[in-house]
Write a protein that binds this ligand. Structure first.
Ligand code: G16
Length: 549
């Protein structure tokens, strides 16, 4: 039933906050920062001011269920009402995954969406919080737009908020706040319906019925309800296939980053005699994925390449793929498949938003990043559960174990060994000195032989968007050794404390006797070479990376 409330709007004066610049994926800060009086309100008002298209239109609101999610959602609804948004769609319990928000925006022709999440960053009163703003195509707002919003946050003096009652986020249905219709919806249903269009649910159900086993870890974050509905209720997987599927405000004290460090238990399980055929995990807001099979870990770059090779076997992609894109630091395995298929492969800066123009223009069907992100044209965000279902469908349609599929792929296309080393919370100047030190050697590097490989190029990556002509500069440093290897260095755009330095190592092997090395063994020569070239220990005082994935 529709309960109308007409309450006065309030114009509240406030000071500007100078630190609301969006990073690689929205604005991420400690919860305490977002809890400062008027902090979130300043940012949201700046969005409403800079995006007048929201007036009179629909706004989708969701979050990953972390601490402060519900409070932020109530603020956003009250401000949407005060700023003339016609309709707000909000997920029940405030829970909607990032890819599901993207889908809801597109499905309901909304003018935009707000996602309250700091992705995989730990949650709770001492953890992180974040805001992402997505536009009408379902993708995150581009840099021109977020720069405008940032500029606005620095001059803003007041914001508008409705003083109406709070919305009951746990009860589905329609209500009204001032002139704005607020609908609390099942955040899972539309997403699950989309997955049914893309994948062969009957075939996957039969595969599970025949004894195919899956283990999916939601890491106490947003994908729990999605996995329960799709994997258990719709595909018939036994309930014990799901781990940590209850979303918790502190993610159970964990770090919902699906990689070999934070989901090591899945790696351990995959190496046992009783391993399920498919093991996977997703992150805080449901956009990342990690894929393993019995006895094999599929790196994100490999996952992208292998999905590209098999995608035409899945119902939603039966016409094949138009092209592929990967972020610059992601290994070049996808490039090899693209060349084999005769489709283009685009190299973009880190950040999913750079894929969106290519997706909108139908230049690409599939895209992915080394940071455990994979997705397709079905939405404008990376999509963790989508990747898991795509792999499940591939296992069901080929009838082959994942390990065999991977070996066959490497035999046909060669293998890209890959690893990322992170140095967290460095003083910004020290992190910058590593980049400067490498840049200073750029002119001298081409033609020199290091560790047995010859440098073919050394540069700072810049990207010219082929659709809108915009240019993104300073997107990371590359030392390229032809097709054989690459060393990439860049600073993270998602950290919340100090600077995070990332080193990426990639080595390509095609000969049959070099396809079964351990990643560590394969990359050791490159790591040694990078030590000499970058002098990380000397410049930062750090002896070893904090995280190796
Ligand atoms: C975000 C972005 C991704 C990016 C990743 C790592 O992921 O959406 O495009 O690859 O961060 O970025 P960086 O290397 O700059 O830290 P998420 O899942 O955190 O939203």
């Amino acid at each position: 039933a529709c309960k109308p409330h007409t309450m006065p709007l309030r114009e509240i004066s406030t000071k500007p906050y100078p630190d609301q610049k969006f990073g690689t994926a929205g604005l991420r800060k400690k919860v305490a920062v977002f809890q400062q009086p008027h902090y979130l309100e300043n940012l949201l008002q700046s969005i409403f001011d800079c995006v007048p298209e929201l007036k009179g239109k629909t706004l989708v609101i969701g979050g990953d269920g972390r601490y402060h999610n519900r409070a932020a959602i109530q603020t956003a609804i009250a401000m949407a009402a005060a700023n003339g948004v016609a309709k707000v769609l909000v997920g029940q319990g405030g829970i909607v995954s990032t890819p599901a928000v993207s889908h809801l925006i597109r499905l309901h022709a909304a003018a935009g969406g707000l996602v309250f999440s700091a992705s995989h960053n730990p949650a709770g009163p001492d953890g992180d919080f974040g805001v992402k703003f997505n536009i009408a195509n379902g993708g995150q707002a581009g840099e021109t737009s977020t720069d405008r919003i940032f500029a606005r946050t620095r001059e803003i003096a007041s914001y508008r908020i409705s003083e109406g009652p709070k919305i009951d986020l746990d009860r589905r249905g329609l209500s009204r706040l001032d002139q704005t219709e607020v609908e609390v919806i099942d955040g899972v249903a539309d997403y699950a319906a989309l997955m049914q269009k893309l994948f062969d649910f009957e075939l996957m159900r039969a595969w599970i019925k025949r004894g195919g086993r899956v283990c999916f870890d939601s890491m106490h974050a947003v994908t729990g309800p999605y996995a329960q509905r799709i994997l258990v209720e719709q595909l018939g997987a036994p309930a014990h296939s799901l781990l940590n599927s209850q979303p918790l405000e502190d993610f159970g004290g964990g770090h919902p980053d699906p990689n070999l460090i934070y989901a090591k238990h899945l790696l351990d399980l995959s190496n046992t005699a009783t391993s399920p055929a498919l093991l996977a995990a997703s992150d805080g807001d449901g956009d990342r994925n990690m894929i393993l099979g019995a006895g094999v870990f599929i790196s994100p770059g490999d996952s992208l390449a292998m999905l590209a090779a098999h995608l035409h076997k899945l119902p939603g992609y039966k016409n094949g793929i138009a092209g592929i894109a990967r972020s610059m630091p992601t290994c070049r395995a996808a490039d090899v498949v693209a060349a084999h298929l005769g489709v283009p492969c685009y190299e973009t800066p880190t950040g999913w938003k750079f894929f969106c123009n290519l997706l909108d223009a139908d230049r690409i069907t599939l895209c992915g990043e080394e940071s455990f992100g994979t997705g397709s044209i079905h939405v404008r965000e990376k999509d963790g559960l989508w990747a898991v279902l795509a792999w499940l469908n591939i296992l069901a349609v080929t009838g082959q174990p994942l390990r065999e599929l991977a070996s066959a792929h490497w035999r046909q296309h060669g293998r890209h060994y890959y690893q990322r080393h992170d140095y967290d919370e460095l003083p910004t100047d020290k992190a910058a000195s590593v980049l400067e030190g490498l840049k200073a050697q750029f002119a001298a590097l081409p033609g020199t032989t290091l560790g047995g490989w010859t440098v073919t190029a050394a540069d700072e990556f810049a990207y010219d968007d082929p659709i809108d002509g915009s240019r993104a500069t300073a997107q990371g440093l590359r030392v390229v050794f032809g097709d054989a290897a690459r060393l990439i260095v860049r600073l993270s755009g998602t950290g919340t404390k100090g600077a995070t330095l990332r080193l990426y190592f990639e080595r390509y092997e095609q000969s049959a006797d070099k396809l079964d090395m351990s990643t560590r063994e394969a990359l050791n020569p490159l790591v040694t070479l990078a030590d000499k070239l970058l002098r990380v220990t000397e410049l930062t005082g750090r002896k070893a990376p904090d995280v190796v994935t």
